[in-house]
Design a protein around this ligand. Structure first.
Ligand code: SF4
Ligand code: SF4
Length: 266
């Protein structure tokens, strides 16, 4: 993987497909993004292609306004979905992003229960079979489910890790910081309001990357929660975030019953 990755990064710069390439480097126990502008950059040989993930789209969105021309990014398929959503909200120019597709290993695809482990422009053949799961592991009945979520939410230490890592959580003013909504400085946060606010906000944006769940120190199954919201939006509106930059969220149509596919507020 690393030889192919380094070769592709150099070819991208030398061939003029992009003026800069972002990739990850191992730094101690963590990963750091690195920007290479020249094919002679020796750190290109150390480009990371392993299973650990990083919100590359967020970094690219911050970087892009500071660069001219195309920006290439070593990215997985979930990163591509982040790019698409960020472009819908004008947080980046998708026409100036070049994806150097990194396929996920079967171990990563299994861990993420991911049905899209290979990017369309992968630099290597697929390494994993898609994982298609219809099981959400939730209890059957509504009261049991309520109990399940309330038990989980009680563990929240309000670290904001889920919000901060999420590439699609970008509002300048966040409802989770509002004293009158979630009672700032309260531990655990107001249950379940804190989590419902975030789940509703993510319903038409979440691209199911699972990074929120990865960072949650309380081990709350956040991805399961947001998958429920995604499923509801898909079943109700036929809309799935992250697939098509020209397909806008149905939530933008709220207030116009004619355009809501017959879904009316009672
Ligand atoms: S899975 Fe979590 S981090 Fe990823 S987009 Fe959805 S809410 Fe954000
Ligand atoms: S990452 Fe987990 S513990 Fe931290 S605020 Fe989010 S849900 Fe709560």
């Amino acid at each position: 993987m690393s030889d192919t990755l380094a070769k592709t990064i150099r070819e991208t710069l030398e061939g003029g497909r992009a003026g800069a390439v972002v990739f990850l480097l191992r730094e101690g126990d963590g990963l750091m993004p690195h920007v290479a502008r020249d094919a002679s950059d020796p750190l290109i040989d150390k480009a990371y292609g392993g299973d650990e993930r990083y919100p590359m789209a967020t970094f690219a969105a911050v970087l892009q306004p500071r660069l001219e021309g195309n920006l290439a990014v070593v990215a997985r398929e979930c990163d591509r979905r982040m790019f698409i959503e960020l472009a819908k909200f004008n947080h980046l120019d998708l026409d100036r992003i070049v994806i150097i597709g990194l396929p996920c290993s079967q171990a990563l695809a299994d861990a993420c229960a991911c049905d899209h482990p290979t990017p369309a422009d992968s630099i290597l053949p697929a390494l994993a079979q898609p994982v298609v799961s219809t099981e959400d592991g939730l209890p059957e009945t509504v009261p049991e489910r309520l109990e399940f979520w309330m038990d989980n939410f009680k563990e929240c230490i309000r670290c904001y890790g889920c919000r901060n890592v999420c590439p699609l959580c970008f509002c300048k003013e966040c409802a989770l910081d509002k004293e009158d909504l979630t009672g700032t400085g309260v531990f655990p946060p107001d249950i379940p309001v804190f989590h419902i606010i975030r789940a509703l906000d993510m319903a038409d944006r979440c691209i199911d990357c699972g990074m929120c769940e990865n960072v949650c120190p309380a081990k709350i199954p956040l991805r399961t929660l947001y998958r429920q919201m995604r499923r509801l939006v898909k079943e109700t509106f036929g809309y799935e975030p992250g697939l098509d930059v020209n397909e806008k969220s149905p939530f933008g149509e709220l207030g116009d019953p004619e355009r809501l596919g017959g879904v009316m507020h009672e």
